[in-house]
Structure formats: structure tokens, C-alpha cells
Design a protein around this ligand. Structure first.
Ligand SMILES: *[C@@H]1O[C@H](CO)[C@@H](O)[C@H](O)[C@H]1NC(C)=O
Length: 294
């Protein structure tokens, strides 16, 4: 590579760095898409924290302006204190076409004094049924914690404060999230029919409005797709991934540290796992399970 090219690369690299460092403002990348009347969101060009609300009339939610194909995505979230039974505070990514892909974090509320469950799920080709639930090692209503994904050609990591709580690997012959870009969503909604103790604890509306705050929006240098149906743009994201930190080297496989983290999650914090739900899939373990727990 000539000196010219190196210089050009340095220039491009710093341009990326600057845009990544500035991408913290809600309005740069997101808009409310329902329940604006019960949410508190920053005015254009100011503030960064969005507080979603839910009353008996409506929940609320925001969504990214564009979808993304691979990258690293994170947000800091603080859920409500007190009686949150029946509420679901969610942070997820999803595509909007047929055979959609989706990655979910869902905080399932609880009656006062009882802990939240954090449910994760993965949809590929429009099919989910891959729920896992963990107890967190902290109280998510006490302070902001970071939740995010690293998503590339090889694997999806679910990261809580940078600790891997789940991996979904690209395995030969099995469906993977590599064909549709996904939007990013934050939502707060009524899940009382199922969320808390299997739907036994309903929402107590005496505590409305329910609120959850999201801040530190960070899409890092993830690959934005302007037109989700453009194959060329998706291909550009493939190329971009292999040139970016999120899509190469250490991020293509689990590190030893991450393997230990996952083993600890499984032995200490996991409370439900579709992989071990014998009654659910006619006694058959879903094929991806074996390799998704190291
Ligand atoms: C709520 O608390 C109960 C009792 O501690 C627990 O069994 C349950 O898993 C908790 N979470 C949810 C979402 O029901």
C-alpha cells in the first residue's frame, strides 16, 4: 500500500471516529413512533434522555430513522421502581419485511420488592420461540446500565455492561440474521397477560404513569442502510463489517473471557431457557442450542 493510501485511510478513519463520537443525540438517529403524549423526550438538538411512559390509555416507543446491517449498538436504560408487575420495558432490533429478523431485550416487571426478569429472544425468518430469561446481578431500577448487541457475519452477542449474557452463532445449515437490516426500538407496553409470574400478577393502575428512561444512544460506527430493500447497500455493509472492529478478529469468535462469562450466566443467573424446555418442542432440543452455550 502506497503512502497516499495510508494517508487516505487515516483521514477516513478519523472521519468515522468523529461521527461515532458525536452520535449520542436522540434526534440524530431516532423518533417517537407511538405514545408521544405519555413520553418525555428531548427537544431537537438538546438533551439525550428519553423517558417512555405508560398509562391505562397507551404505552410509548421510539424507533431509529434507518435500519442497520451489522455493527455494535448500545443504550443505557433505567427501569421503574416499585410495583411494575405486568409492564414490559423493551429494547430491540427488528426488520420490517416478511421473514423478519429480531433481537430482543425485555424487562419483565414484578410486584414491589421482587426482582425483574430480563428476557431475551432471537427471531430469524420470522420465527422466534427462543426465549431465555436471566436474573440480573444488579437491580436495573437503581441506576442506568448498558444493554447492547454486537452483530456481525459470525455471531450476535447480547452484552449487559459489556458482559456477554447470550450468544447466537451463525451455524452452517441453520438460519442466521444476515439478510435484512434491522431498526432499533425502545418501547414500554402492557404485557400483563403473560409477563409477571406467567400472567398471574396484573398491572396495578394506581401506580401509573409507569416510566422507563433510555440514554446514551450509541450506534457506534454501525452500518446504516438508507434503503432496506437495496441489495447493494447490504453488500456494502458486508464489506464494511470485515473492515470494522465489530466484524473482524477477536469479535468473530468468543474470547476465553466471554466463554467464562457465559458459563457463569448459565449456572448462576439463568431462570428459563428454551433450549432445556423439554415439554415445548416435543422433547427435541432446537438444533442451534448445542453451540450457543459454550
Ligand atoms: C417475580 O418475582 C417472583 C417471586 O420472587 C419470581 O418467581 C418471578 O420470576 C419474578 N419475575 C417475573 C417476571 O415474574
Amino acid at each position: 500500500m502506497g503512502n497516499m493510501n495510508v494517508a487516505l485511510l487515516v483521514v477516513c478513519f478519523s472521519a468515522f471516529f468523529i461521527s461515532a463520537a458525536q452520535a449520542y443525540s436522540f434526534w440524530d438517529d431516532f423518533r417517537m413512533f407511538f405514545g408521544e403524549s405519555v413520553a418525555k423526550f428531548p427537544g431537537p438538538k438538546v438533551g439525550q434522555t428519553v423517558t417512555l411512559g405508560m398509562t391505562k390509555l397507551t404505552g410509548s416507543g421510539f424507533r431509529s430513522l434507518s435500519p442497520y446491517m451489522f455493527g455494535r449498538f448500545s443504550m443505557k436504560i433505567k427501569v421503574m421502581k416499585g410495583n411494575s408487575a405486568g409492564t414490559v420495558t423493551a429494547f430491540h432490533m427488528a426488520s420490517t419485511s416478511k421473514n423478519w429478523c429480531e433481537l430482543d431485550y425485555e424487562f419483565l416487571g414484578n410486584v414491589s420488592g421482587q426482582p425483574y426478569s430480563l428476557q431475551t429472544n432471537v427471531f430469524v425468518r420470522g420465527q422466534g420461540n427462543r426465549e431465555q430469561r436471566i436474573n440480573l446481578w444488579f437491580d436495573p431500577s437503581n441506576a442506568y446500565h448498558e444493554y447492547g448487541w454486537l452483530w456481525n457475519q459470525n455471531q450476535v452477542l447480547f452484552l449487559v455492561d459489556n458482559i456477554v449474557v447470550r450468544v447466537f452463532k451463525h451455524q452452517k445449515g441453520l438460519p442466521y440474521l444476515d439478510y435484512q437490516p434491522m431498526y432499533i426500538y425502545g418501547t414500554l407496553w402492557n404485557g400483563e397477560s403473560w409477563a409477571t409470574r406467567g400472567g398471574r400478577d396484573k398491572i396495578n393502575w394506581a401506580y401509573q404513569p409507569f416510566q422507563a428512561s433510555y440514554t446514551a444512544f450509541n450506534i457506534h460506527n454501525s452500518c446504516k442502510v438508507k434503503n432496506p430493500l437495496s441489495l447493494t447497500q447490504i453488500q456494502t455493509c458486508y464489506k464494511r463489517a470485515s473492515l470494522s472492529t465489530y466484524g473482524q478478529g477477536v469479535n468473530l469468535i468468543l474470547t476465553n473471557k466471554q466463554i467464562l462469562e457465559l458459563r457463569k450466566i448459565r449456572s448462576k443467573y439463568l431462570t428459563y431457557d428454551y433450549c432445556t424446555d423439554k415439554t415445548r418442542f416435543a422433547g427435541r432440543v432446537p438444533p442451534e442450542c448445542r453451540k450457543n452455550w459454550p
